[in-house]
Design a protein around this ligand. Structure first.
Ligand code: GTQ
Length: 374
């Protein structure tokens, strides 16, 4: 134990203490003196680790999954999620999340396939990485999805998917599953009748919010998902506007997806961003309480996380755990989509941030991460 005298440290290792510690466990009693170093740290010490999953790995395993499952035969969705290797303590229950609060997955839907409607208390979001022609139907609204689009599926709304196009569609899912799992707040219900039928015009909310700068009168009060689909062109336009100015030293040219009726994060429990790093840009390192899951949408570069270099290119996914130093370097014009848990940290008033001051804001690179199938 830190901060105790040698006598106390010696005593804590003695037979009388260890015998007692072992003896009480049979009554499901735990010794705080053993737990303290694990649960009380000066600064966040996440169990989740920095990690990267390559596009090659994902494409290979998705192709294999397509041979085995359909969405209807295989848990309603053909999704493979990212298990953080540091979160193995959850493995006895069969799962490990991507960061401690974020579940992220890739989902594939093939032409002609349907994923039946269901609803749950977890909030979901999607980022479309490849393809077009599929829609997600959320509470009766068919929302057609194209590459680069960002969509939200708020909690407790019916949602299912169908592919009317001709090429496979691949997208990223992110949900607040780990947080609701930890809180014991999970509710789930399948739709009784397969895929829900449309009840309002297609792309209804996108049409209502077409103004962007102006919103329909009456929508100043909180509305659940006033806008379901944030189109790529509009996001890109927002970023281009920023490029007339100096980039943010930590994030480059970055925008956040917001709920247009409240100005808060588009999803109430997960923050989402798109950032552009022009070729050659090297951001300065920082660390903060929240964790982030990244999807490289376009380009190529690397991110240094606690001194380890993670090379990425379009189609990869990687995770920056809580309180890890990180900085990005783009070797080609790049766009990174990311999901963070800032809304959760903010609600618990836990968010803190630090800039890396030495060496002009750049870490030494001690080693390189080797991704599977690259
Ligand atoms: O597409 O509705 O990756 O409900 C996890 C849970 C996707 C979905 C996931 C879900 C979905």
């Amino acid at each position: 134990m830190a901060g105790v005298s040698p006598e106390v440290a010696e005593f804590m290792k003695s037979k009388i203490v260890t015998d007692f510690t072992n003896e009480i466990s049979q009554y499901n009693l735990g010794p705080l003196w053993e737990a303290i170093p694990e649960i009380m740290n000066k600064t966040p010490k996440p169990q989740a680790e920095a990690y990267l999953w390559s596009k090659e790995l994902i494409d290979k395993k998705m192709a294999e999954a397509a041979e085995i499952f359909t969405p209807e035969r295989g848990g309603e969705r053909r999704a493979i999620y990212f298990q953080n290797p540091g979160l193995t303590y959850r493995k006895p229950w069969g799962w490990a999340s991507t960061s401690q609060t974020i579940y992220a997955a890739v989902q594939m839907l093939l032409p002609g396939e349907k994923a039946p409607s269901h609803r749950h208390s977890q909030s979901a979001l999607r980022f479309i990485s490849e393809g077009s022609g599929a829609y997600t139907i959320v509470q009766g609204e068919r929302i057609f999805m194209e590459e680069g689009d960002f969509l939200i599926t708020p909690k407790n709304l019916w949602h299912g998917h169908e592919h009317l196009g001709t090429e496979p569609m691949l997208w990223m899912d992110a949900l607040d599953i780990p947080t609701l799992y930890a809180l014991g707040g999970t509710f789930f219900e399948p739709y009784e009748d397969g895929l829900q039928q449309p009840g309002v015009p297609d792309n209804f909310t996108e049409q209502r919010y077409r103004g962007g700068m102006v919103r329909p009168v009456g929508d100043d009060k909180f509305t659940v998902a006033p806008l379901a689909n944030y189109k790529w062109d509009r996001t890109l336009d927002g970023i281009k506007g920023l490029m007339a100015f100096e980039p943010d030293q930590h994030h480059g040219f970055a925008v956040e997806y917001i709920n247009p009726s409240t100005g808060k994060s588009a999803n109430p429990t997960l923050g989402t961003r798109m950032q552009h790093l022009p070729e050659g840009m090297h951001t300065k390192a920082l660390r903060h309480t929240h964790s982030t899951v990244y999807h490289a949408h376009k380009g190529e570069g690397y991110t240094v996380i606690n001194g380890v270099r993670f090379d990425w290119k379009a189609g990869d996914y990687f995770v920056v755990p809580n309180w890890a130093w990180y900085e990005h370097k783009a070797t080609k014009d790049s766009y990174l989509f990311s999901v963070n848990d800032i809304p959760i940290m903010d609600r618990f008033e836990l968010e803190q941030e630090q800039s890396y001051e030495s060496n002009n804001g750049h870490q030494e690179i001690a080693s390189e991460f080797k991704a599977a199938f690259r």
